[in-house]
Design a protein around this ligand. Sequence first.
Ligand code: SF4
Ligand code: SF4
Length: 210
Amino acid sequence: MGLVQGFGVTLKQMFRRRVTTEYPREKRPKPVRLHGRHVLNRYEDGMEKCIGCELCAGVCPARCIYVRGADNPPDAPVSPGERYGFVYEINYLRCIHCDLCVEACPTEAITETKLFDFSFTNRDDAIYTKRELLVDDEGRARRQPWELWHGEEDRHTSAWVRATASSGRADYEGRVGWSGELGFGVRAPERGQAAEGEAAGDPGPGEGGA
Ligand code: SF4
Ligand code: SF4
């Protein structure tokens, strides 16, 4: 009788939904605000968003960001600002993925993907430089051989898109003024915002109120 009961338990389990996944072949969907491996973003025209201000390095509690800014060459500027991030490094042996660097960045240059599966065999690989961090021409993360990416984990990494300053002009009320992002274009309006040209009496950014 005990044997039959035992097989009964096994049989029942076979038809239950599994709560585990076949990691690393499969991964569970990540929460929207998961903090993973960083990327350095670029504008739609390819310019780098980082202006080398070092605020991210200053706020980092783990002291794992190293930034050195430099003046933009007048003939071939790297960013739209006066300066750009000439050297940019994150040491992933120390990063605690707190996201404070992302919060501090005034240009949304540094953001985080959903990737947290990476294993290093040497210290050099763990210290990401601009070569690894800067997004490619499609606006996607440059995937490294020691990282385990699945699908869209680097899609829409930049959830914090800069709103274009209205300079206090009333004409801009109800307008969507996101900056475009390389590979993704201009983000759709959020709830409560009107799309370009939909706001009542919208004069457009280059027209209207002085
Ligand atoms: S996520 Fe936190 S610990 Fe990691 S680099 Fe940014 S500020 Fe530093
Ligand atoms: S990533 Fe942002 S906060 Fe850090 S140096 Fe560049 S612009 Fe400044």
